[in-house]
Structure formats: C-alpha cells, structure tokens
Design a protein around this ligand. Sequence first.
Ligand code: SAH
Length: 482
Amino acid sequence: MDSLPTVLLKPGEADRIVAGHPWIYHGEILRVTQRGGGDASSHVSTTEASRLPADGELVQVKDHRQRFLGVGFFNSQSKINVRVLSPERVEVNERFFEERIRVALAVRQKHLPEATSFRVVNAESDFLSGLIVDKYGCGEATDEPPSLRLGAPRPAREDARPTKNGNDILVVQISSLGMDQRKAQIVGALQKIFSPRAILERSDVASRKFEGLAEANGILSGEFGQRTATVECADMSAPSSTRHVASSESGGMPPQSKMFVNLNGLKFETDLTGGHKTGLYLDQQVNYLAMAKFANGAQVLDCFSFLGGFGLHAARAGAAHVHFLDQSAEAIEASKRNAAANGLAEKCSFEAVNAFDWLKTQTAVKPHEKVVPRFDLIVLDPPSFTRNRASVPDALRGYKEIHIRALKLLKTGGTLATFCCSHHVNAATFQDVILSAAYDTRRLLRRVATYSQSPDHPIIPMIPETEYLKGFAFEVVRCKSE
Ligand code: SAH
C-alpha cells in the first residue's frame, strides 16, 4: 500500500479531508510523488508529467508533514484531482465495493424499511464519490416479502429470472473516472448483493466531461426490453479497457424502456433508460407520504407534476380531486396512465401547460375583482431554477412569482406544500421568499411541516454538497380581504 503514488497537501489543506470531505482540488496539492512516495527524497514536481500517477489510479494522500490521510482516485483532468475513498489503507477491488454497498444498503434498511424502490448508493453521502445506484422494484407492490425487497441473500441469478420476486432493476450512474474504470467490479458487487433482473447504466450526465469522460448509457448486465448485456461484467480477470458492456455506441437502448415501478405501493410507469434522473424522483419518497396527510377531502393542485408523484399519493389518501400540471406532454400522458393503473383516474384531471402561464391566467382579474381561492392543497415542486450561485437572484424571483400566484388560489385553512431542489438556495432563503410572497398577498402562514430529501439520499453536513432538497408545508391562517 505504501507503494501507491502519493499526493501531498499544502499546509492548512488537510483539515477538511481529516473531517471527512472527499474532494481535493488541484490548488490544494503541494506535490505528487511517484510510487514509494512515503520517502521525502523521492518527491518530484507535478510538472514531471511522466512521473504522475495515471488518471483513475488509486493514490495515497498525506499532509505536508507526511501524515497519512487516506486513499482515493486520482484524475489530473478534473478540477477535483483526488476523490478520497477511505481514511484507511484499503484495497479497492470487487470486495471493497461489495462491503461499501452493503453498508449503504443497511442505512436504507434502517431508515426506509418498507421501501421497494430506493437509492442504494448516493455518491459522497455513502463515501463513494462519483457513484449512484438506484434500485427499482418492478413487481407488484405486495409481491415482495421484506426479506427479498431489502437485498437479503437471494437465489443465484439463474433462479431469479423475471419472476415476481426477481424483478429489481438497478440503475447505475457514474460521474468520476476512478469509478468508471472499475465499473466491472461495481457491477460484480451489485450482482452478488441484489441478483437483479438487469443493471442499466444512465451515465448521461454533463458533469462527466469534467472528468474526461463521454456520456454512456446501456445495459451492464441481465435482460431489459428484450435485450441482453453483450458481455457480462463479472469477468474481473480482463483489464478494464477490454471489459465491454452494451452501450449506446454498441447497440443503443432497448425499444421497450418503460415499465411500472412500485413506489410506496403505487405504480409509476417509468422510463428507466431515458427519463429524468434515473427514472423517478426517489428523493421525494417520504415527502409524498408526509404531504398526503393534508389531502383528505381536498381539492388538490399538483404543479410540476412529472409522473404524478405528489398528486397520485394525494388521490390515494382521499383527495376529492387532483389537477396535474406539467409542461411536458409526455409526462402528462404517462401520469394519466399512472392514475388509471392505480385506479385513481376518476378523481384526476391533467393539463400539459407551462405552470407559470397557467397560474398567471388563473390569477388574472379585472380591477376590483378578486381571485376566488379554490384549492385546499397546492404542491409546488419545480425543477431547480438555478445551476450556480450567479443565477440565484433570478431563481428567487421565479420562486416568488409562483408562490404569489399559488397563495392566491389557496383557500384560508388550505395547505401549500412547496419544495426547492437547488443546492444554492438554502432553507432560510427559500422560506424568506415564501414569506415575501405571503406579505405581498396579505396572507399569514403557519408552518406545519419541514421537509428534506428522503433518507436514501443521506446528508453528511461535513459535505455540504450532499444537501440540496428542502421544503415546507404552510397553512394559510388568515387572508386579509383586499
Ligand atoms: N414533482 C415531480 C418532480 C418534478 S420535476 C415528482 O415528484 O416526481 C420538474 C417537472 O417540472 C418536470 O416534469 C418538468 O417537465 C416540469 N416543468 C419544468 N418547467 C415547467 C414549467 N414552466 N411549467 C410546468 N412544468 C414544468
């Protein structure tokens, strides 16, 4: 292990790493040494490119006094030169991934014991920077006994063909070079733990280019939509460059990519190969149930509804009626089918429309007329309006506008469940925007719930990037007549 190349940090740069943050930026590195770098005499300058570790290689990290801090993946092409994996001297092989993934799974078993679909690995939150794994339970919700849902030992894969209990699909998303080079080990570990029907790759994220990686989609193992992975990834003897998997370059995505996924006992038609995220917004899983408490007998408006996550939970929980809005006609058509598949179609109506325009039209009145509030529960779950700090002021204006209009449509005593998934807007700022909208519309609000991302997207406060989703439920206490 001491023979690993060594990355030495500048004085003062070690604390964050010791505290648990995994990213080491280029500017924080004093120098990089070749193998056996524990000896100060072997230090070489970072300019001696031939002596740098290869991109993707495991390196050891030390502070400027040569104290060992951990091991991680090196990538000179990325601004993040090292992604630390462990404060210990671990060997990274299939067994390492198996152990890490089992630990991550245990966190889900503890915090989401009933879940059929959930995020198994959430990158930095699970100390596997650059790796996301989602598990989608595709059988009937009631078919899977808990022991099978939660990754307990299963029969060998041959015995776990697409029967009711062998219907898990795993979706993997890789955004770092170190992880990408070890895809076969990761797939091998996942097969061992889950015996899934298929493992898909959805590494179609723009951030891969910062690591020098092209986007990649495909079937990594198993069967999906009548296609089979061209090469199983279990062959660990082959060098990584020769281990091929079916990819968009080598055959494209399966034609039948949509399937019903079980979430909280509801069925959602989901496109696991081309939909948002890896298919569903799993991060809202617990919030769907929490919001549904306010739905009984309610007239509900679900804005930015995508596949109908909030609205269908509200409908099942006894809403009188749910109106769904999404600008994507495809999402609206899928949510219609989802309402039908769950026996809820009768109380649902749908519109493919820009929510800003719709809310504006509904709240536009002639002088001296008043908007008639007609909803008991309004859900606002828009996409992130901001990708960086610079666009936060614009984003806040957008958030304020939809809150003003939504509040005008909400009856006194009604509930607004509202979410913000931008990492750059914190909960306090988000609440300020809502209060500013409440002031402008002369509403007084009572906060009745605060929401966060579901526990399968764990928050490690020492790694602020792991926290992004926040939400509130507010009741309208009173409304001053204008
Ligand atoms: N609430 C959903 C997730 C919403 S994701 C769930 O829990 O699953 C954001 C959705 O907003 C996407 O489906 C996108 O199509 C839609 N969208 C984006 N901009 C929009 C707009 N201006 N008007 C209406 N829908 C919009």
